[in-house]
Design a protein. Structure first.
Length: 443
């Protein structure tokens, strides 16, 4: 059914955005923000009008009163996870498990079970401890380890930050840095320069309100990619983390973190709400400043309605809409050791012929199959770079029981050809060379 819906949508999208099947230069391109829909994803979201002030109210009192992280608590690159931890919807320690992801994030933000399943499977397998089902939402923590006495003899789970990079976190983040960049290279910390760019863009596009909309976020994602290409010789956009997770995070910034008020049932993300949720404030000179890990849900705030949650299908459709608006933003590849040296991978080679051009990603069905294929191709290499011995065997055993069901949510892909990994020790892309050692914590 989903495939039929998407194929029905494609001609409509193509008609709405004609002439976008030609590749365009990556840099120095004048962006037309109207090429991306104001309300992306499946059409039902643009028509949503209901509001329930009781069911949608996010509690910020009692057990969910805000508190800053303690000296041993972990916070990381995702403002939603940080805010949920600071309000006790997930463990305040920042080391979380299955219940936190499926129940805590649903209680806080109505995060749908489909995206939660994909996120959890990737986080536990690639950045956490498959034995315990726990992972760190930020940097490395010994508390994820199921057998602490053996420590790194079994594995070296990283957490989402540092050399957990390119699993479920990627270069050209909304406000975080590129981990291998020459400067501003903490992928856990937020950089006010990037937050201010988003606020300025929202003012430019939406006038005095400065409302941050999906269209503004999509354009900001394009600008951030261009910035990374022009400043980071090690920039890399991976098939899954770069093509899907990075843009999905920009969309999540609106779909689950916007205030879904009666007068704005589809969501309203004001500059003030953004600053609170991203832990920004102004100094005496009016400059944006960031306090690490102090993300906070504003009081009197409403989450998306239970029947207006963003599903995996919404993320696929919005990503396809982005690829239709700006095909060059969906190129898989990276810089080759110098700035402005971006080169794309040969898509037909890594996909076994499933996709052969970036325009193929304008089809959300084909995009979903490509993403599942890419994760399966990278999984053995990723796991062997993090785990060893018994833990590696355990992690590989979870591919069938944990990872494959999550990837099935990306679509029904019969006779999917085997993909080829892009993360190789001798890759021409330095950002695609597996990282097995180096700094793990952001400070």
């Amino acid at each position: 059914m989903f495939s039929k819906i998407l194929f029905t949508l494609l001609p409509i999208l193509a008609t709405a955005f004609p002439g976008l099947h030609q590749s365009a230069p990556i840099l120095n391109r004048q962006t037309d923000p109207t090429l991306f829909p104001e309300y992306p994803g499946l059409p039902n979201h643009s028509l949503y009008t209901k509001f329930d002030p009781i069911a949608q109210r996010i509690s910020t009192t009692g057990v969910h009163a805000w508190a800053p992280p303690g000296p041993n608590d972990i916070r990381g690159p995702c403002p939603g996870l940080n805010a949920a931890a600071n309000h006790g919807y997930i463990s305040r320690s920042g080391v979380i498990g299955r219940n936190d992801v499926f129940n805590g994030l649903k209680a806080a933000f109505n995060f749908d079970a489909g995206p939660a399943a994909v996120f959890y499977a990737l986080a536990v397998l690639f950045d956490g401890d498959p034995l315990t089902g726990r992972f760190s939402i930020g940097f490395h923590s010994k508390d994820t380890n199921g057998i602490p006495i053996l420590g790194s003899l079994l594995g070296n789970e990283t957490g989402i930050c540092a050399y957990g990079h390119n699993h479920i976190e990627a270069d050209a983040s909304m406000t975080r840095g590129d981990w291998l960049a020459p400067s501003q290279n903490s992928n856990c910390a937020s950089y006010p320069e990037f937050g201010q760019q988003l606020l300025d863009l929202a003012l430019l596009r939406n006038g005095p309100s400065g409302n941050i909309t999906p269209r503004v976020l999509a354009e900001h994602a394009l600008n951030r990619r261009q910035h990374s290409i022009s400043t980071n010789p090690n920039y890399f956009s991976a098939p899954f983390a770069g093509l899907f997770i990075n843009f999905g995070a920009h969309m999540l910034a609106y779909t689950i973190l916007a205030n879904h008020l009666a007068e704005h049932p589809r969501g309203y993300l004001s500059p003030e709400s953004f600053m609170s949720l991203w832990s920004y404030s102004r100094d005496a000179d009016g400059n944006l400043t960031y306090t690490y890990g102090h993300e906070r849900i504003p009081d009197i705030y409403y989450k998306a309605a239970a029947d207006d949650q963003w599903t995996v299908q919404d993320f696929l459709v919005s990503s396809a809409q982005r690829c239709l608006a700006w095909p060059e933003s969906c190129q898989v590849g990276g810089n080759t050791g110098t700035v402005n040296s971006f080169a794309g991978v040969t898509l037909g080679d890594i996909s076994g012929g499933l996709v052969n051009a970036v325009e193929d990603f304008q089809d959300p069905v084909k995009l979903g199959c490509f993403l599942a294929q890419a994760v399966k191709a990278e999984t053995p290499g990723f796991l062997s770079n993090v785990f060893s011995g018994a833990l590696l065997s355990s992690a590989l055993g979870l591919v069938t029981s944990l990872l494959n069901p999550a990837l099935a949510l990306l679509g029904d892909c019969p006779n999917l050809p085997a993909g080829r990994a892009v993360f190789e020790p001798n890759s021409v892309f330095p950002g695609a060379r597996p990282q097995k050692s180096g700094k793990r914590n952001p400070f």
